[in-house]
Design a binder for this molecule. Sequence first.
Ligand SMILES: CSC[C@H]1O[C@H](OP(=O)(O)O)[C@H](O)[C@@H]1O
Ligand SMILES: Nc1ncnc2[nH]cnc12
Length: 296
Amino acid sequence: MECGLQEAEIGIIGGSGLYSMPGLTNVREQRITTPFGDPSDAFVLGSLAGRKVAFLSRHGRGHLLLPSELNFRANVYGMKKLGVERILSVSAVGSLKEEHKPTDFVIPDQFIDRTFHRESTFFGNGIVGHIAFGDPVCAVVGQAIATACESVGVVGKRGGTYVCMEGPQFSTRAESNLYRSWGADVIGMTNLQEAKLAREAEICYATMAMVTDYDCWHESHDAVTVEQVIAVLNQNAANASKVVAAAVAAIPAERNCACGSALQYAILTSPPAISPAAHEKLDLLLGKYFRVKSEA
Ligand SMILES: CSC[C@H]1O[C@H](OP(=O)(O)O)[C@H](O)[C@@H]1O
Ligand SMILES: Nc1ncnc2[nH]cnc12
């Protein structure tokens, strides 16, 4: 049986512009192996606001990985293996509404999937599971981020729909306007798979999304460029790390939300039908619900 290492309770996934975590103390690095391959980078373990955290650079330090190249399964499995129960994701997003201005923070609570090239589940190969995903974001972690924005004195908007696109190219104007017509709030390339896999791993997940641009729909703003995104990220970097630290502090120690039991009724495959190999691969996730008798 796989055992969580109890090295960290809160995971931070740093996106574009956040490749390390300022304020982390007692820092050490740990490389994690997973049955799904290698995570984006070594996990950086340490203390932040009195809590044990694990920081992972989503695209790797130096920004080496495209959104489509990210091994989301290894990243989330790595967090689970370290004992993480809550993931706080930090991301850059484009705004799809006038009211979401560059440097605002949005805490999305819904997603629309526009990806087509990604591994999005731990299941398959002999184990079938379907988690509920009507509320894809943990309300408790979302509230902690909102509280943190307030305490730091930055705009933090609770709720909204995040369109997750494949990339790496930014959207066409027709696509951007289509997403606007759907009422979506922000657009990025990374958060949906993380949210799905975190839920399958029974880890709470919420994102602090920093608006960096108006994508390409806004008539009085230039279409998004990487230069523009990085300029806003740099300009707002100090606020971003203050909000992360305050959000970590605001996450309640006790976990009472439903994220921690997401798999309770999700598995369809009859336990005796699961092969020892398939079971071993997912034991870290499923071991608390059932053991498979070893072949005598
Ligand atoms: C640098 S612009 C596009 C890039 O930024 C976002 O990354 P992340 O979510 O990791 O902050 C977006 O999803 C794209 O990957
Ligand atoms: N406009 C945009 N589209 C997709 N991902 C983004 N990340 C930051 N801005 C973005």
